[in-house]
Write a protein that binds this ligand. Structure first.
Ligand code: ADP
Ligand code: ADP
Ligand code: MG
Length: 477
């Protein structure tokens, strides 16, 4: 192995733990960050060193480029992994690190900048020959422009913030008056949330599937895809369940090859040099269109790791350190079985409203083939300051049906006392006939309202707690 490096993890929660594990496995030194109100954060236990991130609120801490760069310099850091969220897609951060002689574990800043703007990335995708959603070429300045385009492409249309992310900054418009009503709303929201009020308009694809392709390029001429993931179970344009392979693509290997090679084509066009995801929207007619590219590791990379057996975080680190990946060819990458991920969120399972709280008990008892990436522990205080996602429950089975069965057992195997969470919702979805049949679009939650099927008469919490407790209690007795 090459010389050990000092790697700073500029993140928290489950992804910081995931990265620390990979860093430690590779024999490098993992350096974590702690803020004053997160003294006992679980990720610190997985890091070999810790540095205090001063201040309060995101702006002063995890989003503070200057402070994180100073910390990296003072602590002789060789490379920084940003995880997802926070500074992961901040081109300025990547540039500043490089200017200070520190490696950014991610793609080059130019790719981040270009792909971070949905209007720019769409133009690049179109130039590279990818199918793009009909709509404005670049940003639009006035509602009149949006109206003109809507007449050409037909309603419904979507007004979308070019700098948007996390499902925010989007409004569906079904007619002229809705365009007039929402144009300024989207602009204002985008300015407040993303510091960029650029807006584009595009065709709203009806009952689509969200299908994305994991890519990995080493910047040295080697580019690989790791097949597709389907993330159509969404609430408010945010993913809550992901699976690989896509049940919609199914056995159609030609379609699979086509979407995967289009993804690689775009990544190659921007000289991409890390792990990334090219997202597509696929219509009922199986025609697919480029949606956006995420220039970072994604939350749901886990399911791709499960079906291919390849550690994507390790690959990202190796690429950044200019080490050999040991992947001989695209053909060498194969997949087997079926993986599903459920995002476990501290939220009300019926209203989907975030539900911060304190974990008063945490135990697990899982079936074979389960992975639970989380930062939970007894005593953890989940605050409203951060994303409500507290864990990712991942299972792999030999078939989709087996994976669903395992997921139900795994969901029942989590004891999470004190914290309202969406496990009861996931259980209902796993049992839903449309989900079981793989027949669902991004409108699944809005149309089927699975939250209404949660039997609030029965204390779900108690059922899975009791099941999970069997093992935990027998250990204590
Ligand atoms: P974000 O950056 O917030 O992830 P995306 O552009 O990836 O934004 O879109 C998020 C989700 O919104 C998609 O997965 C899909 O469900 C929905 N969506 C976005 N654009 C369209 C569209 N043109 N037609 C239909 N649904 C869309
Ligand atoms: P993924 O495709 O990895 O599932 P998500 O859209 O769910 O991506 O976002 C992952 C994380 O990053 C979430 O915590 C989300 O809130 C955050 N995030 C993504 N894009 C942005 C953005 N532009 N601004 C702020 N947070 C973002
Ligand atoms: Mg997206």
């Amino acid at each position: 192995m090459s010389q050990a490096k000092r790697i700073l993890i500029a993140n928290r929660g489950e992804i910081a733990i995931r990265i620390a594990r990979a860093v430690n496995e590779l024999g490098h030194t993992s350096v974590g960050l702690w803020t004053d109100n997160e003294l006992h954060a679980k990720h610190l236990g997985y890091c070999q060193e810790w540095v205090n991130l001063k201040g309060s609120g995101h702006g002063e801490t995890y989003l503070n480029v200057d402070q994180i760069i100073s910390i990296a310099k003072e602590n002789n850091i060789d490379a920084v992994h940003p995880g997802y969220g926070f500074l992961a897609e901040n081109a300025h951060f990547a540039e500043q690190l490089i200017n200070n002689g520190i490696i950014f574990i991610g793609p080059h800043a130019d790719a981040i900048r270009k792909m971070g703007d949905k209007a720019v990335s769409k133009k690049i995708a179109e130039e590279a020959g990818l199918p793009v959603i009909p709509g404005s070429v670049g940003e639009i300045e006035t509602p009149a422009e949006a109206l003109q385009i809507a007449i050409e492409i037909g309603y419904p249309v979507l007004l979308k913030a070019v700098a948007g992310g996390g499902g925010r900054g989007m409004r569906v418009c079904r007619n002229e008056s809705e365009i007039n009503k929402y144009f300024e709303v989207v602009k204002r929201e985008a300015a407040a949330a993303f510091g960029n009020d650029g807006v584009l308009v595009e065709k709203y694809i009806m009952n689509p599937r969200h299908i994305e392709v994991q890519v990995l390029l080493d910047g040295n001429g080697n580019s690989f895809h790791f097949f597709e993931r389907e993330c159509s179970v969404q609430r408010r344009h945010q993913k809550i369940i992901e699976e690989a392979p896509s049940p919609f693509v199914g056995e159609d290997e030609e379609l699979r090859q086509k979407i995967c090679s289009e993804a690689l084509r775009l990544a190659q066009a921007v000289g991409y040099d890390s792990a990334g995801t090219v997202e597509f929207i696929m219509g009922e007619d199986r025609a697919f269109y480029f949606l956006e590219m995420n220039t970072r590791i994604q939350v749901e990379h886990t399911i791709t790791e499960e079906i291919t057996g390849i550690d994507l975080i390790v690959c990202m680190i190796q690429i950044a350190l200019k080490e050999n990946l040991g992947i001989p060819s695209q053909e060498w990458i194969t997949r087997s079985g079926h993986a599903i991920e459920c995002r476990i969120c501290a939220e009300d399972p019926v209203t989907y409203a975030p539900a911060p709280g304190k974990v008063t008990g945490f135990e697990t008892s899982f079936p074979q083939g389960t992975r639970f990436d989380n930062a939970l522990f007894k005593g953890l205080e989940v605050t409203p300051d951060f994303d409500p996602m507290v864990g990712k429950l991942v299972v792999k089975g030999i078939t989709r049906q087996v994976a669903i069965r395992k997921m139900k057992a795994a969901l029942n195997g989590i004891l999470l006392e004190g914290l309202k969470n969406n496990i009861p919702l996931h259980l209902v979805i796993m049992d839903h006939p449309k989900f079981a049949a793989g027949e669902y679009s991004t409108n699944f939650i809005a149309e089927e309202k699975p939250e209404q099927l949660i039997n609030t008469e029965v204390d779900f919490l108690n059922i899975y707690q009791q099941l999970a407790c069997i093992e935990a209690f027998s250990l204590r007795l």
